[in-house]
Design a protein around this ligand. Structure first.
Ligand code: ADP
Length: 457
């Protein structure tokens, strides 16, 4: 049974055979318990009618009468007082019958052979053509009581019916077999398609269209499979886009480092120019170093599922970040307002530090001189909301939906000169989501932006 196709067919056939056997046994039992006594009663009535019709016709000869009745579909076995026996109609298969039984009929009693016929498995007594399986009645003929044993000639009475049933059974089995062959092929077809599709995916071809309209489990499986291949295809696209972005981000500082180091090799170079080139090279290598650090962080965040949980004071951490960036905001004459109470939170302190560092440096970077950055907090039973608002340049609505994507920068030309990679907010979002929290941004162009970080306690 190597294929599912063969397995289904063999199982169905097995079920059909077992069901047929069970049905045969059950109908046999049904015959033995319910139909046999009814049949016995019916044949007894027939035998008694045959006797009474004969006895009312005084001129009738028993043998000719029985012969004509036999032609109508009965079998008779007659024994007279001297033990002589005759048969009318089809021969019996067995004439075995205790002589005591014959004597009781000769003495005037009725013999109920049908209802007392032994229970034999797999053969319904109904068709057993034996003298034992008859109804015996006394009949007055030729001046004496004779014993008349009667049973219907089943072959004559039900012959065609039996043939009809046999043909029907054979055709039923044949058609069931053909339909099982056909329907199994129909059931298996989408599974074969799925197998082919799986091989395609394994070979790197994600554009798979399964034309499956079925609504059953296999239809749903095919649907989910198509969805899976779509999402794999999107992941693959994202991966390629990511690789090309990374290469681009690495390439531009490298080109500029190469260019300026070549320029530095020229002899007649003024000292201030030399200084400028060196500082550009330093800035570009810093950019590269930041980029590689951020990429490492992203890959670390992609890999981990659990983070270190430590309870610490959120206020102290935010104050630390504000102090660490003080040099930048003081230089731009930006006011920073940190207005939050001391609040304990359970989180990974190193990762959360990066979140505040990214959000606060962004706020400082995109706020012009003289602006204000406000850090506030609200708290409910289960969550803490931290708001970081600035009075900076703001973000346009069409950019706002994309700023959390990797490598997204609003003003590519301007940010080119700064230590900006477009990865900061995507790292921030990833860390917050790892903690089961969310981050949303609101902004008005030219007026400022507000970032709301919601974290579970
Ligand atoms: P970057 O390293 O370029 O700052 P981010 O992922 O941190 O990358 O930010 C993505 C973009 O979102 C930035 O290029 C910037 O244009 C915009 N942005 C982020 N924070 C602010 C802010 N506070 N005000 C205005 N624009 C912002």
């Amino acid at each position: 049974m190597r294929t599912l196709y063969v397995r289904i067919i063999v199982t169905t056939m097995g079920i059909m055979v077992v069901s047929a056997i069970i049905a045969f046994i059950v109908t046999n039992v049904y015959y033995q318990h319910y139909l046999k006594p009814v049949n016995d009663q019916k044949v007894t009535q027939i035998a008694q009618s045959i006797v009474s019709v004969f006895e009312e016709n005084e001129n009738e000869k028993l043998d000719t009468y029985l012969q004509s009745m036999a032609d109508l579909g009965y079998q008779f076995y007659v024994v007279d007082q001297d033990g002589n026996d005759r048969v009318f109609g089809k021969e019996f298969r067995s004439y075995e019958l205790e002589s005591r039984k014959i004597e009781t009929v000769l003495a005037g009693e009725v013999y109920h052979g049908i209802s007392n016929f032994a229970w034999k498995p797999f053969v319904t007594g109904f068709f057993d053509n034996e003298v034992k399986n008859t109804i015996g009645v006394p009949i007055q003929a030729d001046g004496e009581v004779q014993a008349l044993f009667v049973r219907p000639n089943t072959l004559k009475q039900f012959g065609e019916m039996r043939q009809f049933l046999a043909v029907m059974l054979v055709l039923m089995l044949l058609f069931s077999f053909l339909f099982v062959l056909w329907s199994t092929r129909h059931i298996i077809k989408p599974i074969r398609q799925l197998t082919r599709a799986t091989r395609k995916i394994a070979a790197g071809n994600y554009h798979i269209k399964l034309n499956e309209k079925r609504r059953d489990e296999i239809g749903r499986l095919a649907n989910d499979f198509t969805k899976m291949s779509d999402s794999l295809s999107r992941i693959e696209e994202k991966r390629q886009e990511f690789v090309s972005n990374v290469s681009h981000e690495i390439q531009s500082p490298l080109t500029s480092i190469q260019g300026f180091s070549r320029a530095l090799q020229e002899d007649h170079l003024a000292e201030d120019e030399r200084q400028r080139y060196v500082s550009i090279i330093e800035r570009e290598s810093k950019r590269l170093s930041l980029l590689s650090k951020q990429l490492l962080t992203l890959s670390y965040l992609d890999r981990i599922e659990n983070y270190e949980k430590v309870t610490f004071d959120l206020y102290r951490q935010l104050r630390e970040v504000v102090t660490a960036t003080e040099w930048h905001w003081r230089e731009k004459e930006i006011a920073v307002v940190l207005d939050i109470p001391s609040t304990m939170i359970k989180a990974d302190p190193k990762l959360l530090y990066q979140v505040w560092m990214n959000l606060i440096t962004n706020a400082v970077r995109y706020t012009p001189a003289g602006g204000t950055i406000t850090i506030t907090m609200t708290e409910t039973k289960s969550v803490i909301d931290v708001f970081i608002e600035d009075t900076g340049v703001g973000i346009a609505a069409e950019d706002l939906t994309q700023i959390f994507e990797r490598f997204y920068k609003v003003d590519k030309a301007r940010t080119r000169t700064e230590t900006s990679t477009g990865l900061g907010l995507s790292i921030t979002k990833k860390i917050i989501e790892l903690h089961g929290g969310t981050i949303v941004a609101e902004s008005t162009l030219g007026q400022g932006s507000a970032f709301q970080v919601t974290l579970p306690k």
